[in-house]
Design a protein around this ligand. Structure first.
Ligand code: NAD
Length: 248
């Protein structure tokens, strides 16, 4: 399948997990990707994983740095010539039992998960082509379902979901699609760091596990590629849950 021939895509959070798998999937299908992350070594590994598959340019960017995001989008346009799609994957997680919730954690989660996503959207929207432009914002099942010890993370992802739904309504007149995509539990460094949070009773998470087990990053990347592709040309403004039935 070459669903992304001639399509230039910005992917954030590209140095690890779901973001890396997304870059590999998109270039395998013909996209040229401008891959963004704050982790330079991880970005290099992603570029290495894509060698021979397609074109990947990288930029080390902290998505919470507004000026750096503005510069990155300009650099992507200069490097690729145009931008047809944006996939916001960069995100962070903290386990925050309510008794130990800190304002610093809350602010950091909102800065990375919401503000980073929003500023990338603001900068890319003017570049997207009417009729075919697309944005996929990775939210989480935590955005719309109760996940224990994750109230701060969930709130930040709920904000990503709400932001994306309203942006979809704003851009539908231009024929630009916006799809918030909500993974369930995925086996990545992010979930492994949750599992080692001190004092956490992991049985609390039994209620949000999929009977299918955790997803592989490639399974989420496949759904992101679908949502960003012409196969999903009538799909916009909905929470696309890819959660292995964790909340049936
Ligand atoms: P991951 O930790 O493997 O990857 C996250 C990437 O985001 C990393 O490369 C990291 O360097 C980057 N990042 C974090 N903060 C950044 C910043 N300020 N600037 C630039 N880059 C930054 O995690 P993952 O599991 O692949 O998560 C990807 C996305 O999927 C996140 O938004 C996460 O919230 C979401 N998600 C993950 C799961 C899961 O179970 N793993 C479930 C639902 C949603």
């Amino acid at each position: 399948m070459q669903r992304f021939s001639g399509t230039n895509v910005i992917v954030t959070g590209a140095a690890s997990g779901i973001g890396r798998a997304t870059v590999v999937r998109l270039v395998s299908e013909g996209a040229a990707v401008f891959a963004v992350d704050r982790d330079a070594a991880g970005l290099a590994d992603t570029a290495g994983a894509a060698v021979g598959l397609g074109r990947v340019a990288t930029a080390v960017v902290d998505v919470t740095d507004e000026a750096a995001v503005v510069d990155a989008v300009a650099a992507a346009r200069a490097e690729l010539g145009s931008v047809e799609a944006l996939v916001n994957v960069a995100g962070a997680h903290r386990t925050t039992p309510i008794g130990s919730l800190s304002v610093a954690d809350l602010r950091e989660l909102f800065e990375i998960n919401l503000v980073g996503t929003a500023v990338f959207c603001r900068e890319v929207v003017p570049l997207l082509p009417d009729g075919t432009g697309v944005i996929v914002n990775v939210a989480s099942t935590a955005a719309a379902h109760g996940n224990p010890c994750m109230s701060a993370y969930s709130a930040s992802k709920g904000a990503v979901l709400a932001f994306s739904l309203s942006l979809a309504a704003e851009l539908i007149g231009r024929g630009i699609r916006v799809v918030p995509l909500s993974p369930g539990t995925v086996d990545t460094p992010l979930t492994r760091s949750v599992a080692v949070a001190p004092g956490l009773d992991l049985s609390a998470f039994d209620r949000i596990r999929s009977p299918l087990g955790p997803a592989r990053p490639e399974q989420i990347a496949a759904a992101i590629a679908f949502a960003a592709s012409p196969d999903a040309s009538y799909l916009t403004g909905l929470d696309l849950r890819v959660d292995g039935g964790s909340h049936i």
